[in-house]
Ligand binder design. Sequence first.
Ligand code: 4NP
Length: 166
Amino acid sequence: MIDSLKNKEQIKILFVCLGNICRSPAAEGMMKAVVACGGDESRWIIDSAGTGDYHIGDLPDYRMRAHAQRRGLNLTHHCRQVRESDFDNFDIIIAMDASNERNLRRIAPTPEAEDKIMQMSCWFDDSVTGYDYVPDPYYEGAEGFELVLDLLENACANMYKALSAK
Ligand code: 4NP
């Protein structure tokens, strides 16, 4: 999948978590910042969504917004739920953890749609130890939100490098 994406004129990525108010909107904001830094925003379509419907229309959780702001990220996404058409509209659908991945596999309408699903941890490099998923920070303290941002920073940088390389 990675090789075919590298050659595409446009890459469309959807980040997915449960609530779409902590991890996936932070991943969206982080990836947009990485892409902006590389100067090729027109090549990338980046969005996020949740498998749950608890927070539709909401801005990201105030704690995630505050922690992201300290890294220069202004998170303005409004929560939405994953829909079947996302599997047509995006090239890769990136789950934050195994539970998100299972939920996505249930929603995927075809085997081809399922092939677009991967976990964010696929992009972690060897500097990440002890995690093969992005943990849900909702019931955690400040360190939980910082950990999520550290993991997303690592994954987004690696994803950008891998998909930009010609
Ligand atoms: P997220 O975190 O999946 O990273 O957005 C959560 C946010 C809200 C809830 C669960 C996880 N919730 O149960 O409301």
